[in-house]
Design a protein around this ligand. Structure first.
Ligand code: NAP
Length: 281
């Protein structure tokens, strides 16, 4: 079994990006990411802190917009529209979840496509499904980068994704299809999940259930990617895969923490630099 070291890979991506940011600055472009956060969600605070640290490390300006829990949709859209036309802002990120009165999909729709570094605007979602150049959402993008960096063949491979969310499962399905994998996507209504996952060359667990995927659900030699970030009863961060159990059978496996998480943030940085470069052109 080989461990897929997302932390180390993410570090090397950030190091390369730092050089690109330096070049952009020499050409008068000062890349900036604007992050909008509404309310006081604890997990979101941790995520945005990690994003700001990554920006600082590679030399990207980071600007946070903290909005009150009870803001209206009009107020949120107004801020998005201001950032859309701000020439100093290259990437806009709206941190989820949002309070109930706000419609996140309506908000994503308003983020300018060329600043949509999370790839959640329906135009970018559509372009991904057409295999056109676009901003690819960061978690699926990071998973593909990891698989490719470890020379894991995707063409012709059978990949089974567990979870069909708009931010992970569905865009990952498109990314893998674009790489000529055969893809099956499972969800809470899937019958006999284990019989499907056992057929996979690559299993990607993105369901948000601690230690859900066990060794008897994967075949010998499978590649196992764990997207989950969950807290167990002891308050420890664990993935959706029972690492101890599954690592005995897998050929490659990602740890949690230190797997998909850092890659997600690294790919966000890739997208911010891409957005800034596009401005230079
Ligand atoms: P989500 O929106 O809650 O979606 C979960 C998906 O899993 C749904 O499609 C659901 O099916 C499916 N599911 C739930 N229970 C299942 C079961 N017993 N069997 C089969 N499918 C089941 O979750 P998400 O936002 O995609 O996040 C998933 C996990 O990844 C979470 O732990 C989250 O914290 C983590 N995450 C990590 C990163 C990272 O950077 N590492 C990024 C994003 C998310 P239905 O559609 O039928 O309800």
């Amino acid at each position: 079994m080989e461990l897929i070291d997302g932390k180390a890979l993410a570090k090397s991506i950030r190091e390369n990006l730092k050089e690109e940011v330096d070049k952009l600055k020499k050409n008068g472009i000062n890349p900036r990411l604007a992050v909008i956060m509404v309310g006081d969600d604890k997990a979101s605070k941790v995520y945005v802190k990690n994003k700001s640290k990554a920006c600082e490390e590679i030399g990207v300006d980071y600007k946070e917009y903290l909005l009150e829990e009870d803001i209206t949709m009009d107020e949120l859209l107004n801020l998005i529209h201001i950032l859309n036309v701000d020439k100093n802002v290259h990437g806009i990120l709206l941190q989820s979840p949002l309070p109930k009165q706000l419609d996140i999909n309506e908000a994503f729709k308003e983020i300018a496509t060329e600043k949509d570094v999370d790839g959640f605007n329906p135009i970018n979602v559509g372009k991904l499904s057409l295999n056109q150049d676009c901003f690819v959402s960061c978690t699926p993008y990071g998973i593909i980068k990891m698989l490719e960096s470890y020379n894991i063949p995707l063409e012709g491979a059978h990949a089974v994704i567990v979870g069909r969310s708009n931010i992970v499962g569905k865009p990952l399905l498109q990314c893998l299809l674009n790489k000529n994998a055969t893809v099956t996507i499972c969800h809470s209504k899937t019958k006999d999940l284990a019989s499907t996952t056992k057929n996979a060359d690559i299993v990607i667990a993105a369901l948000g259930k601690p230690n859900f995927i066990k060794a008897d659900m994967v075949r010998e030699g499978a590649v196992v990617i764990d997207v989950g970030i969950n807290r167990n009863e002891e308050g420890k961060i664990v993935g959706d895969v029972d690492f101890e159990d599954v690592s005995k059978k897998a050929s490659y496996i990602t740890p949690v923490p230190g797997g998909v998480g850092p890659m997600t943030i690294a790919m966000l940085m890739v997208n911010v630099v891409k957005a800034a470069k596009a401005r230079m052109k």
